[in-house]
Design a binder for this molecule. Sequence first.
Ligand SMILES: C[S@@+](CC[C@H](N)C(=O)[O-])C[C@H]1O[C@@H](n2cnc3c(N)ncnc32)[C@H](O)[C@@H]1O
Length: 204
Amino acid sequence: MTHDLADDRAAVRAFFGERAARWDTRFPDDGPAFAAAVEETALRPGDTVLDAGCGTGRALPELRAAVGPDGTVLGADLTPAMLDEAVRAGRHRTAALLLADVSRLPLRDRCLDAVFGAGLISHLPGPDSGLRELARVVRPKGRLALFHPVGRAALAARQGRQITPDDIRAEPRLRTLLAATGWRLLSYVDRDDRYLALAEREAE
Ligand SMILES: C[S@@+](CC[C@H](N)C(=O)[O-])C[C@H]1O[C@@H](n2cnc3c(N)ncnc32)[C@H](O)[C@@H]1O
């Protein structure tokens, strides 16, 4: 059976479209975790950064603060309703919002200094093609931050399931996947109060 990416994208849109209006009120206390993760991404004033799978744009104000007025902040998401909520929250004033699939970005090669992806990787229909595309648009030695405000075990408990070693966010799997797609894992934290994997774009 052929895997239909259009169906995958429609499923993502349906899932998050239905949740968009309540997204920011579900977890109102995540702000400090986002701020700490953005700080660890080590952005510099003037950098160009993409929030991949930005949703309602919860990370966008912190990313803007990190790169300053001379920097560029982009937010890309596949779900129109999530971007509508980002606009409703005024976050389009801190970033340019793109309705786009992060596996097929309308961006030039190596045009970004960093990518921040919160809650993204486990929702990508093809994580390898998504990470490869992110590597294409990031300059050599640029950064990738894969973040979630809670760790794998806490998230699984919240969702009423067990964590499994074949979870794409488990360290050995993620390290291998990153290495195969142009990235080198620099650091990995998976605690109840945060998940953060930082990687560097390999030089070619
Ligand atoms: C768990 S939500 C996280 C949203 C936001 N980053 C946050 O932390 O609040 C995942 C988001 O990724 C988006 N997404 C999933 N697959 C995507 C893809 N291939 N391209 C762009 N966005 C995608 C979804 O539409 C959704 O908004």
